[in-house]
Design a protein around this ligand. Structure first.
Ligand SMILES: Nc1ncnc2c1ncn2[C@@H]1O[C@H](COP(=O)(O)OP(=O)(O)OP(=O)(O)O)[C@@H](O)[C@H]1O
Ligand SMILES: [Mg+2]
Length: 415
């Protein structure tokens, strides 16, 4: 199934490719269409993908007179010998540093070995899916251990004041504390953000210093802007001052987030409830999304619009998550979780009750829900959401599979 969405969340993590040029030479319109779709994937948003027909012959002709791009993707319909002699000729015109990915029909170990010997980076068997192409191209530019690095989770409210910030801060806290995953919360609500208050921190620097001087941004610079909340949790705080206005362009946060992504396993974005070029871009570019909604009609409509837009903009990703918050306000008529599930075509990851006696003190004392009451079932909900959003729920389930060879070895030894 091309571009199968909803694969194992943890395994599906693919780091986005940098600004590279990719040229594909296809034999079939199907493969050309697949590569076209891959080029539109968020992870290849910075890459420049050009597609033409004619396979390896067209590639040789093209590069006889012009320099080669960062990546050449060749589809080949032919037999082993023809593929190899074609690639040998192509190698003569290839610049050093150009990587080659071959898409072919021949399933043969000998061919695979010969391709590897010739420095071909990847051989994909037909039929290929959109996500296979995305993974192959991105894989060329990520370090071997990059798998654990750089998952971005964006949390946004379907309406203002629904508790999106509170939920993002509590989830990030649980990811750091209970999953021991190094995490940074970035408070993107520059004028009004509450992450500093919620974690009881008042750092002199934060996200504004990075976003307002993108030329200075590198990992060491961003590192100095972080304030440590717990062992595994740091905050990139919002200034929460009004001495200037914050009108950002679509890609204003790119360098900061790229830098964070390269050093931090998990980045939680507290995205303010607004629809602008940069919020839209951040949501579409995130690895996982959580939409927080209250149980009323305006929230339902907005959540549906958000989820629909994000689903169509991210056809090769699993669908965004959503949760309901502040459910069960006394005397208030509410829309049920079942009606939400029907309209949004998926179940909420959590239904969090309205509990002012719990959330009120937490907000006013700069504490997390777990710190107010670790055993409370809402604290447990945040731990579960942390697992779901980082793909840890699956990891736990598959643990039996990982352990069994080890156990069987031990048992053999004992016997
Ligand atoms: N389940 C809940 N029960 C009771 N109070 C809650 C609950 N969730 C959040 N709150 C409270 O609601 C208020 C608004 O929360 P928060 O600031 O997180 O919302 P937001 O969606 O980020 O708002 P904004 O649109 O201003 O960014 C806070 O005082 C918070 O403590
Ligand atoms: Mg907020």
């Amino acid at each position: 199934m091309p571009g199968a969405a909803g694969e194992n969340v943890a395994d599906a993590h693919i780091a986005p490719a940098p600004r590279v040029s990719v040229q594909a030479f296809c034999e079939t319109v199907e493969t050309a269409a697949t590569i076209q779709a891959a080029g539109e994937d968020r992870r290849l948003g910075k890459a420049h993908v050009k597609i033409q027909m004619g396979g390896i012959a067209a590639a040789m002709e093209a590069y006889n007179s012009s320099p080669t791009p960062n990546v050449i993707l060749i589809e080949t319909d032919t037999r082993t010998d023809d593929i190899l002699s074609g690639l040998d000729k192509l190698a003569e015109v290839c610049d050093a540093g150009t990587r080659v990915i071959v898409v072919g029909r021949v399933n043969d170990v000998k061919l695979y070995r010969e391709l590897t010997r010739r420095g071909v980076s990847e051989y994909l068997m037909m039929p290929v899916g959109t996500i296979d192409i995305v993974r192959a191209i991105c894989g060329l530019f990520s370090a071997p251990d990059a798998k654990a690095v750089g998952r971005i989770i964006a949390v946004v409210g379907a309406k203002g004041g629904v508790g999106a910030s509170t939920i993002s801060h509590n989830i990030a806290w649980a990811i750091g504390r209970d999953l021991a995953l190094d995490t940074v919360v970035a408070d993107l609500d520059l004028p009004f953000g509450t992450a500093g208050l919620d974690y009881n921190q008042d750092p002199p620097q934060g996200i504004a210093d990075a976003v307002l001087s993108p030329d200075r941004v590198d990992t060491a610079f961003v590192d100095r802007l972080l304030s440590k909340c717990t062992d595994h949790l740091s905050l990139l705080a919002a200034p929460a001052t009004l001495d200037r206005v914050y009108d950002f362009g679509a890609d204003s946060f790119d360098t900061t987030l790229d830098s964070l992504r390269s050093t931090t396993p998990c980045v939680v974005l507290d995205v303010p409830h607004q629809w602008s070029a940069w919020t839209k871009r951040l949501l579409i570019g995130a690895d996982d999304i959580l939409v927080v909604a209250g149980p009323d009609l305006a929230n339902l409509r907005n959540a549906k619009n958000l989820m629909d837009l994000l689903r169509t903009s991210r056809p090769n990703d699993h669908r965004p998550h959503y949760c309901l918050n502040q459910v069960g306000v006394p005397k208030r008529p509410e829309i049920s979780p079942a009606d939400f599930a029907k309209a949004l075509e998926s179940d909420p990851v959590a239904v969090i009750p309205f509990e002012p006696q719990l959330f009120g003190p937490a907000a006013n004392n700069g504490q997390m829900i777990s710190e107010v009451s670790a055993k409370h079932k809402t604290a447990e909900m945040f731990r579960e959401m942390a697992k779901a959003l980082t793909g840890r729920a699956e990891a736990k389930r598959s643990r039996g599979g990982l352990l069994s060879p080890f156990l069987s070895k031990l048992m053999k030894r004992a016997g």
